[in-house]
Design a protein around this ligand. Structure first.
Ligand code: ASC
Length: 161
């Protein structure tokens, strides 16, 4: 094969491979969008993990379990990570999902306010994770609980009683 033909052939081959890779990438992006986790489900899972870890922390507050800085760090660190994750799980268009949601429309109409309360809750969880002594534990837990409540009061549908 003349050298020029050979380089054209390898160019054609390289282009075909590159196009194939792009097609594969697009295909997997599309199936991710179609089959990827529902943000409503994912944010509910994050909130449930937060609730579970809040129970661990409130048991310490109620002296049902002894204060343990490592346990506090683990629970509050998990809550902080979940809050960070959850704050990305309210994209435009996720007002409804495949499961019922208690998210209020204010999350999207007042997204700056929503982001600010989420950021504040996240900071409170990080602060709680840094608590080393028992004296600082209750105030830090109350600060986080206050943030949870504030955000729920403004951005979560009121529970029926
Ligand atoms: C929790 C939980 C909440 C908050 C809130 C704090 O453990 O499930 O919704 O704490 O009660 O005020």
């Amino acid at each position: 094969m003349p050298r020029q033909t050979r380089s054209l052939t390898s160019l054609a081959l390289a282009s075909a491979l590159a196009l194939g890779a792009v097609a594969l990438a697009l295909g997997s992006a599309r199936s991710l969008a179609a089959e990827g986790p529902d943000p409503v489900k994912a944010r509910k899972e994050a909130m449930e993990e937060i609730n579970k870890n809040m129970k661990t922390l409130s048991a310490i507050a109620k002296k049902e379990t002894p204060f343990d800085a490592a346990a506090v760090k683990k629970a509050a660190g998990t809550i902080a990570a979940d809050l960070k994750k959850a704050s990305t799980l309210f994209p435009a268009g996720s007002e409804k999902g495949s499961v019922p949601t208690e998210a209020r429309p204010e999350i999207w109409s007042d997204s700056a306010g929503f982001s600010a309360t989420m950021a504040s809750a996240h900071a409170a969880a990080e602060g709680l994770a840094k608590v080393e002594d028992e004296k600082a534990f209750l105030p830090a837990l109350r600060a986080l609980g206050g943030n949870c409540k504030e955000c729920h009061d403004m951005y979560r549908v009121a529970k029926k009683r």
